[in-house]
Each structure stands twice: as C-alpha cells, then as structure tokens.
Design a protein around this ligand. Structure first.
Ligand SMILES: [Zn+2]
Length: 421
C-alpha cells in the first residue's frame, strides 16, 4: 500500500533544467489512437547512435516503453535511460508504445494522470529526449500531438481539436487530452474529474476564489489565469494515494485507488491547494534551482498555506512539522546533509523556520513574510538569482540582531538546533 501526502510534492524543485538555448534537433510526436493506445515517435535531424532522456528518475521506461520493433531497446545504466538500436547502428527515427497508466516517479511528475472518463493529463517533460546526451545548456523541445477526432487537446492554456504542436522549455507542462469541457471562472480554467466526490468540487467552487483573493491581496494579482486539473483513476493492484504539483500557470492533482477518495479530508485538500497556489503567487522568485535551497520556497509555501488556513489547523500542522523536523535531524549535525537524505525536511523544518522568521519580522519591523517575499521577487525581477542566499539578503535588514545571527548560522552552517528548543 502506498500513500503520499499532499504537500510533499516536487513542485518547483523540478524547474532545475537550465536556461534555454538552441532548439533540439530531435522532434517528439505523441499520438493517441481511437483504441486508446498511446505512442511516441522521435525523429532526429541527423543520425544518432542513441537518444538520451533529459531526466531519468528511475528505470521505469525500460518496462513501460516498448519499441515498435525488436531492432530497438530502452536501456538503463549509470542512472540514465537511453533508446538505442540493438545492433548499435545509427538511426534517425524510432517509435515506441507507451503505458498510459498512473505511476508515481521519485522527485518527478507522473507521465500520465488518467481521468475516469478516459481523459488524460500528460507531462510533456517526461518525453524530453536529446541526441546522444542531454547537456546542461538545455534546449527547447518541439512536440506534435495527434488524438482521435472527437477529442480535444489543451496545451499552454489553449484548446485544439485532433492535433496540436508546441515547444517546451524548462520542466515542460501538463497537457490535457479528452472530451471534458473546461470550466472557466474568474480565477481558474479547470477540469475536475466527475468521479471525485462532490465535496471536492464544492470546495473548489466555494473556497478557491476566496483563496485566490487572499493571496492577491498579499502578493498582487496574477497576470494570467492558471489552469487547474483534478483527476482520478482506479487501480487494480491495491495502490492508492494522491499527488499533485505546480508547473508555470498550472496546478494539478491526481487521486488513485478508491481508498484515496473515500478518505478525502477537505482541510488537507484545502491546505494542498493553498500550498500550490502559494507557488503560483511566489512567481519568478520560486524558481530556485539549487535543491538544497528548497527550504525557502517550500517552507514559505507551507507558511503561506498556514496563513490561509484555520488558526487551529495551522497550529496543529506546526506541532507536527516540528516533530518531523526534529526526528529528521536526529543523527545529523547539519541541515544540508539531513535534507539531502530526506527532502521532506524542506517542508517541515521550512515551515517551522518561516514561522519563527515571521514572528521576528512582525516584532522587529512590522513586516510579514508576504512583504519580504514581494521584495525578494522584485530583486529577482531586477536580476538577482533566485536562491537561499539572495532570499536571506532580502530578509536580513528586517530582522532583529539575534535572529539575523540565527539565520546566518542556519544558511551558512546548517544549524537549526535553536528552532528545536
Ligand atoms: Zn511546494
């Protein structure tokens, strides 16, 4: 049995792909036929001896991607998946059958999140492949997608019939394929699975507009209308759980297995929404690329969710977070080492840290973390690198002298013991 908790998601950590440069010489053609079969064809401009994937969180492509012919194989070695010819010869094109079911991937988004009506949300980043090897100066990826005539495609917030083409960068995006009509309100364009409990649709209808308004009041209106996808698929192996995340302009969540919806807890779901929406409002400053710095945007998203939740609920979350943080730090002298082992500490220790910082800000300079985040984002917009270092530089002038010393101690030496007192 598997259970994933909301909030412990990858979120913007995924935005680790480097900047954009020249277009890749490999094009990606995805296809869904009338029999619900999914396939992908890669075409390289010049012959290649292998195609490498931009990210290989595990070796699951070796089991879930089947080349159309025995002439090709998907291999995994040295932490990396490749497509090669079995005879080692060069090639320009290869087609593979895909397995369009939900799987959780370590530190990555699920490639396919099915809806119960046959619709599908796919993550384009899963299909990023490069000629020979992906280097750090990562490119743009050219996609085409074709689907049966009665189905539509939603990509980059726009709807298409039958076919669509686009270019992706960074971590890619989620793309919808199916027959559902999106609901557009003033805050979101959303597709909510009909098999999710009515309680969830009601929560979205009643609470999300209020949540968006609260965030806008603190951090300014968003310049775009985000897309929201909530999907559900049953499982046949007893697995159940839920996972979600955010990519630029998109919030998505998936529930799998009947117990996951039977146990739906509306306060936990609200917290999840609030955390992901916080990332949208964190804007460019959330695009911190150093994994060790994730306590900044994850800790702040947890804290902002707490500001949007009931006081009592936030209080309970803080108590739990402190406990988890303390347990996670046991046996380690420094936060970086502990959080490298257990990335959930960025959430638990992060929110405890941010709560202490916010209290100090209020007492010292009558500011809140919302004010500091706005200033941090302004500095990023003006050219500062989004990182823990620049966050601390923005924060420092507003803190008391003892808190400045503690944050310095934490940010440079990873010491967090004062928080555990
Ligand atoms: Zn997050």
């Amino acid at each position: 049995m598997q259970r994933r908790e909301f909030g412990y998601v990858i979120s913007l950590l995924l935005l680790v792909c480097a900047g954009r440069a020249l277009a890749n010489e490999v094009t990606t053609a995805l296809s869904k036929d009338a029999g619900q079969h999914w396939s992908v064809t890669y075409t390289a401009e010049k012959p290649v001896t292998r195609l490498a994937f931009a990210r290989s969180p595990d070796d699951s492509r070796t089991r879930r991607w089947q080349p159309f012919t025995d002439a090709f194989v998907v291999r995994y070695f040295d932490g990396q998946e490749y497509i090669e010819r079995t005879d080692g010869a060069a090639f320009t094109s290869v087609s593979l059958h895909l397995t369009p079911t939900y799987i959780p991937l370590p530190k990555d988004y699920a490639p396919f999140s099915p809806f119960s009506d046959g619709g599908m949300l796919l993550h384009s980043g899963r299909f990023f492949a490069c000629a020979e090897a992906c280097d750090s100066a990562t490119q743009t990826w050219a996609f085409t997608l074709s689907v049966p005539a009665n189905e539509s495609i939603i990509v980059s917030g726009k709807g298409y019939q039958e076919t669509a083409g686009w270019e992706d960068t960074d971590s890619g995006q989620t793309v919808y394929v199916g027959t559902a009509n999106p609901i557009a309100d003033s805050h979101f364009v959303s597709i909510i699975d009909q098999q999710l409990p009515a309680e969830l649709s009601q929560l979205i209808a009643a609470k999300l507009p209020e949540l968006m308004a609260k965030f806008a009041a603190q951090l300014g209106e968003l310049a775009f209308r985000p897309t929201l996808f909530a999907s559900y698929s049953d499982t046949d192996d007893g697995r159940y759980g839920h996972q979600g995340g955010v990519l630029p302009g998109q919030v998505f969540m998936h529930w799998y297995g009947k117990p996951a919806i039977a146990q739906l807890d509306s306060q936990a779901v609200y917290w999840f929404f609030a955390h992901e929406v916080a990332h949208l409002f964190q804007r460019e400053a959330a695009q911190i690329e150093i994994p060790a710095d994730a306590w900044v945007h994850e800790g702040v998203a947890e804290f902002f969710a707490g500001q949007m939740a009931d006081k009592g609920y936030f209080g309970d979350k803080l108590v739990q977070a402190k406990l988890r943080c303390r347990q996670g730090l046991q046996g380690f002298n420094d936060y970086a080492q502990a959080s490298q082992r257990n990335s959930q500490l960025h959430y638990s220790c992060g929110v405890v840290l941010m709560n202490a910082i916010n209290a100090d800000l209020l007492a010292t300079s009558d500011k809140t973390l919302f004010d500091v985040w706005k200033a941090f984002n302004a500095s990023v917009m003006a050219g500062a690198t989004p990182s823990a270092q620049s966050f601390v530089a923005t924060l420092r002038p507003y803190l008391s002298a003892p808190m400045q010393a503690r944050i310095e101690d934490f940010a440079t030496r990873g010491r967090i013991d004062w928080l555990m007192e």
